[in-house]
Design a protein around this ligand. Structure first.
Ligand code: OXD
Ligand code: MN
Length: 610
């Protein structure tokens, strides 16, 4: 048996409840060694990981890793929310009884860290001093060193965060055991993996993966799933898969903050990190706060506040380039400490590459390996499979992002002017439509979706609904979730405006009608000005749309026809969508009457518009 007490003493980990928890799980997983880590251990751990071959050098202060080839993405089927209250069962949350999952995972984890080190990672998912700090502390136990290195980038790590808790018991217990990856039957009927958030126990038990999305427990298990649950239980906050940015009008000094949710592959990270388009750059500055998670609450002044609980970015590499996301590229340069996962790698030159980084892959393939480590030069003629895994990632800290907001660590958070939702929709959804009514805003979030990207995912032309972009993270039933939103945002006396945005309308020949990327800021600027009553827009049955004159279009390349189309409502397509929405909402138990009223109001307005 390892000497748990000695390891905790040496690290100065004094919180008695944390000590009990570590001892309890060490007895289950039975590691050979225990090590408590802090952010200051980063350099040493990097060296150890490189020496052990877990990380490979990818240039000056940059690192490369591969995950097991059957372990490259979050597994939504194997991810469950467990509580002891059946009412928490929703349509999408894979609810299970808490006792059953705790017992099952304890058995899977028993003895499963033998021969390994158990790293104890005390972390905080909030800027220290945040009003939500009581919900932000956690301790991840993991038997995988690269997970530690990712956690140091993605959260604030150190024993002080846990020693100084007001309530020593108020921390999330997060246990990660990798398991024997080649023998877990990933994706087969005999799949051994389970990723459970036992939400009413504030315990997270993940077994069977070392890929970030399943193994960085501070991020999506605590920062989203657990916090979503805590937000409802405490009655004081929301935890959402939202980006958060700030816009400053340098001419007037006005400053706005926009938060918003987008289903995956709808450009959330690119928007979060955007810069102003060149033609507007002298006037506007965009500040980055967060690309994936926001916690929202109501401040004493009656405004809604938001903060990003994370410390870093776990971004998708695919298609990240100078046009789509220049700030991301700047955040992963030499000396950034970035860790790449599952991109293509050249051990001879220590370069990395992914699809969309440049138009074509490197011409000289000498030394290049794909994400599985196989040589490109030995590929068979005609093999066009991607070099990088489509879900390959870069992990870097917020501070590395060149336009990170000066106050990104301010515990006060920032007041939110607008909450936006946006999916990938090739017709129907205009560039932006503003929604002033709270219930209609929440209704819009609940009916958010993105078009199915390939046949297996859904029916052609029909959205895959992803309520508030929280489909895989909602910790309790959707109807109650809607009620909680109405309660929290409804308590604000100076609440945000809502809006739906869409950058992805296409013409018949498939071209995008709107140029997207940095030009997307123009839609947000209009929205902020609309909220401030500086423009009036044009009322439609589904919200207020900008007029052409109100959008700042300086330097935008768009045809008059495309512009007309993205600023109008296709009533018939909308009426068709309303029938799908009705079926979608009917699945939810206890959906508040206000949401049904909003649905009927929009339907009636569309019918009256005929
Ligand atoms: C995700 C992520 O999977 O943010 O949503 O990594
Ligand atoms: Mn995400």
């Amino acid at each position: 048996m390892v000497d748990v007490e000695k390891a905790l003493d040496e690290a100065g980990l004094q919180n008695p409840r944390v000590r009990e928890y570590v001892a309890q799980w060490a007895a289950v997983t039975q590691p050979d060694r225990i090590e408590v880590v802090s952010a200051a251990d980063d350099e040493r751990l990097l060296k150890e990981a490189v020496a052990a071959g877990e990380l490979l050098p990818a240039g000056e202060g940059r690192y490369y890793s591969r995950s097991y080839f059957k372990d490259t993405a979050r597994s939504e089927e194997r991810t469950v929310v467990a509580t002891s209250r059946e009412d928490d069962k929703g349509v999408y949350n894979n609810w299970k009884p808490a006792a059953e999952m705790t017992e099952l995972l304890t058995e899977r984890m028993r003895g499963a860290s033998a021969g390994k080190t158990m790293y104890v990672i005390p972390y905080l998912m909030a800027p220290p001093g945040s009003p939500l700090e009581a919900y932000a502390a956690g301790v991840e136990l993991t038997d995988c060193r690269p997970v530690v290195l990712h956690m140091i980038r993605m959260s604030r790590v150190g024993v002080d965060y846990l020693n100084d808790l007001e309530d020593p018991d108020s921390f999330v217990r997060a246990v990660h055991v990798t398991g024997d990856l080649p023998n877990l039957g990933q994706g087969t009927p005999d799949d051994q993996r389970y990723f459970a958030t036992v939400a009413d126990d504030r315990t997270i038990l993940h077994y069977g993966s070392s890929y970030g999305g399943n193994a960085l427990l501070g991020k999506i298990a605590h920062g989203l799933r657990q916090a979503c649950y805590d937000g409802r239980e405490s009655g004081i906050f929301l935890a959402e898969q939202f980006m958060l940015l700030g816009i400053t009008d340098k001419e007037t000094g006005k400053r706005w903050h926009v938060a918003g949710g987008f289903p995956s592959a709808s450009g959330k990270t690119n928007l979060a990190m955007t810069l102003a388009p060149d033609a507007l750059g002298d006037r506007y500055r965009v500040d980055f706060y967060g690309d994936d998670i926001a916690w929202l609450w109501v401040g004493d002044d009656g405004r809604v506040y938001a903060m990003n609980p994370e410390f870093g970015v776990f971004g998708v590499a695919k298609d990240t380039n100078e046009k789509t996301n220049p700030t991301a590229l700047d955040s992963i340069g030499d000396g950034s400490g970035v860790i790449f996962t599952n991109v293509a790698y050249n051990p001879q030159t220590e370069e990395v590459w992914w699809e969309g980084k440049t138009k074509n892959p490197p011409e000289d393939v000498t030394g290049w390996q794909d994400w599985k480590g196989e040589l490109i030069s030995e590929r068979e003629e005609g093999d066009t499979s991607p070099w990088a895994h489509p879900n390959s990632r870069f992990t870097t800290t917020l501070a590395n992002v060149p336009n990170v907001a000066a106050d990104f660590e301010d515990p006060k958070g920032v007041p939110v002017d607008a909450i936006i939702f946006g999916g990938r929709t090739s017709d129907r959804e205009p560039l932006v439509r503003a929604i002033t009514d709270l219930a209609e805003g929440v209704y819009d979030g609940l009916t958010l979706g993105a078009e199915a990207t390939f046949a297996a995912e859904g029916v052609d032309g029909q959205l895959r609904y992803d309520p508030m972009s929280m489909r895989p993270f909602m910790a309790y039933a959707e109807g109650d979730y809607a009620a909680h939103w109405l309660k929290i945002i409804g308590a604000a006396t100076d609440g945000p405006i809502f809006a739906h945005v869409n950058w992805f309308q296409r013409g018949e020949d498939g071209h995008f009608r709107w140029p997207g990327y940095r030009d997307n800021l123009r839609a947000l600027l209009w929205l902020c000005r609309y909220k401030d009553a500086e423009v009036t827009g044009r009322q439609t049955p589904v919200g207020v749309l900008p007029t052409k004159e109100e959008l700042e279009l300086d330097g935008v390349e768009i045809t008059p026809e495309d512009l007309d189309i993205i600023l109008t409502i296709d009533r018939e397509r909308w009426q068709q969508e309303m029938t799908f929405r009705e079926a979608h909402l009917k699945q939810f138990d206890r959906l508040p009457e206000e949401i049904w009223e909003a649905h009927r109001r929009v339907s009636a307005a569309l019918d009256a518009d005929a």
